[in-house]
Design a binder for this molecule. Structure first.
Ligand code: FPP
Length: 242
């Protein structure tokens, strides 16, 4: 059910998996496994609320610096989860997109990404952008390089059109779980006019009630987009129209 205060595009920094596991004397990867389940629940809940785009930060450019055991555990989990979840996501009308630098990923992960994208490309119900080996600065640099390579004038519009999320409008609402209040190199360009909601819940504990609180809080904000009052549009403008 959509209403005026339902965000069209929600983006999430899924933080707190490691702490969730440590508090239970479990290895960190157990928290990431719970994180996959939390993501599945969240995607369903977003769809049920009429949200059309969900973008999540699954692995940052900086996450390679974590202990080797955690990095390889995350890569395994990612490849396994893709193989396991794609049929259901396809049936649910979810279009999967992977956003980030593909160079440096293993052939197993790359194959999973390509299969998931092609299997769900025609779906329209919910676009799920998974930011993987992604950084906001990487995105700005790769977009600038593409603008330059094509000999285009460097403008906000030309840059926006080359950004990795050019297929969706900018996020209306950015949620970060886990209690920290920072952006951590996520959607630096696209979040220029997003509303932010910081949750103390650890990502595996993020539930429908917390999503509803975030949406309700968002609905109470006065989005001015740099103007004096009133909304610029019912939903965000495409990223090329800032
Ligand atoms: C941050 O928590 C979380 C991550 C770096 C990984 C998030 C990944 C998933 C939820 C799995 C996604 C999988 C698919 C298939 C999309 P943290 O480890 O920084 O937690 P901490 O702050 O408590 O240490």
């Amino acid at each position: 059910m959509t209403n005026k205060s339902t965000p069209h595009h929600v983006a999430i920094v899924m933080d707190g998996n490691g702490r969730w596991a440590s508090r239970r004397f479990l290895p960190r990867i157990a928290g990431h496994k719970q994180g996959v389940d939390a993501l599945k629940r969240c995607a369903r809940a977003c769809d049920a609320r009429g949200i059309k785009v969900l973008t999540v930060f699954a692995f940052s450019s900086e996450n390679w610096q974590r202990p080797q055991e955690e990095v390889s555990g995350l890569m395994d989990l990612f490849a396994l989860a893709l193989g396991r979840e794609v049929p259901q996501l396809k049936a649910d009308g979810v279009q999967l997109r992977f956003i980030g630098e593909r160079q440096g990923l293993s052939s197993r992960v790359l194959k999973g990404i390509e299969l998931a994208e092609s299997a769900t490309a025609a779906n329209q119900q919910l676009v799920l952008n998974v930011c993987f080996n992604y950084g906001g600065r990487w995105d700005i640099v790769q977009a600038a390089a593409r603008v330059a390579a094509q000999g285009l004038a460097m403008t906000e519009q030309s840059l926006s059109q080359m950004m990795a999320l050019a297929h969706v409008p900018d996020p209306d609402l950015v949620i970060r779980t886990g209690g920290e209040q920072r952006i951590s190199n996520f959607l630096l360009w696209q979040s220029a006019y997003s509303e932010f909601f910081f949750s103390d819940k650890l990502w595996p504990d993020f539930d429908e009630a917390e999503l509803d609180l975030a949406i309700q809080t968002y609905g109470q904000r006065d989005r001015r987009f740099g103007k004096v009052s009133g909304q610029r549009d019912a939903v965000s403008l495409p990223t090329g129209s800032n």
